[in-house]
Design a protein around this ligand. Structure first.
Ligand code: MTE
Length: 324
């Protein structure tokens, strides 16, 4: 995301993503060519991969929770599912949608362990049913300076935390994600320390906004968005929202997280969205909302805690410049 392409922010979004009409024409063209060509050829594979990136996944009904839903215009599904950071499937924004079809999301279990009275290993389908699923449109602000509004489906992580009964020693929660080189081509590169690990302080993890997420836009999560289960922490930069989780560990000490290990002076543990604390290499004062990328479009002002002011009380008395 950041280290390899420090100037990536300056590339206009429109040049990175193929416009829909062109994209669809191209897809049709490739398909026709492939059908005419020998079966099993490279073109056929290309057509399938592109089609896969666009295929609607299984429907996932959930009741809208208006109390936790942003009213901002939602980002089109096509953008949210083809402009992704998921380094296990490549470092370019367009790569996860093309490559993540190799991720096998069933069978899938999540192990919940560490400082809890009732550790468990739970199957993804049981995990999805542990509490009623809600739809919540959240703003997602990437540390790179762009944002989206995505209607996620899931439930507050606190529901799961209460079930496993953390001990008094549980001060942090660590999210460990899948790192399987057989399914994930990016894991063969050394761009990050694998597995991708993220973490939250216990009170952050218990905050009702922290969403254990299994779907978006009325469907199960596309692989490139972190299937089958991820977290979404809307007041923090997007990289805190770990994808494809296999382990949730309750621990005493602050977890060592992937981006913090990679560049400690650039990515702190807290990583709360904060327009007053610049990234060492760029300002965080504004953002461009994906879908609002006209040449003359003004950038939006970034809001403290991404506009989720409810969470401010979690940080009372803390120096947020020091604890960035
Ligand atoms: N989780 C894993 N396992 N690997 C990643 O590379 N990228 C993060 C986060 N979770 C990432 C990840 C970053 S930088 C962002 S901005 C969000 O996922 C993007 O989520 P989205 O593609 O669903 O918008």
């Amino acid at each position: 995301m950041l280290i390899r392409r420090p100037n990536g922010l300056d590339i206009p979004y429109a040049s990175e993503i193929t416009p829909q009409a062109v994209y669809e024409q191209r897809r049709e063209f490739i398909k026709k060519m492939a059908m005419g060509a020998a079966a099993g050829g490279a073109l056929w594979e290309m057509a399938n991969r592109e089609a896969f990136a666009q295929t609607a996944a299984a429907k996932l009904p959930a009741k809208l929770n208006p109390a936790y839903s942003a009213l901002d215009k939602q980002t089109p599904f096509k953008d949210a599912s083809t402009y992704n950071n998921y380094y296990e499937f490549g470092t370019d924004k367009s790569e996860p949608a093309v490559n993540a079809h190799t991720l096998k999301t069933r069978p899938w279990t999540v192990s919940i362990e560490g400082e809890v009275k009732k550790p468990m290993t739970i199957d993804i389908d049981a995990l999805s049913k542990l509490a009623p699923l809600e739809e919540r449109a959240y703003r997602l602000r990437c540390v790179e300076g762009w944002s989206m509004v995505i209607p996620w489906i899931g439930y507050s992580l606190s529901n799961l935390i209460k079930k496993v009964e953390p001990t008094g020693n549980a001060k942090y929660v660590e999210f460990v994600t899948l790192a399987d080189p057989k399914q994930m081509p990016g894991v063969n590169s050394r761009v990050l320390n694998w597995p991708y690990v993220e973490g939250l302080r216990m009170d952050e993890a218990m905050h009702p906004l922290t969403l254990l997420t299994v779907g978006m836009y009325g469907q199960v999560l596309p692989n490139q968005n972190g299937a089958p289960v991820r977290i979404v922490v809307p007041w923090k930069y997007g990289f805190k929202s770990a994808k494809s989780i296999v382990k949730i560990r309750f621990v005493k000490d602050m977890p060592k997280t992937a981006w913090n290990i990679s560049a400690p002076s650039e990515y702190g543990f807290y990583s709360n969205v904060n327009p007053d604390v610049d990234h060492p290499r760029w300002s965080q004062a504004t953002e461009r909302r994906i879908g609002e990328d006209g040449f003359f479009q003004k950038k939006r002002k970034t809001l403290m805690f991404n506009g989720y002011n409810d969470v401010a009380s979690l940080y009372t008395g803390m120096d947020l410049k020091k604890n960035f």
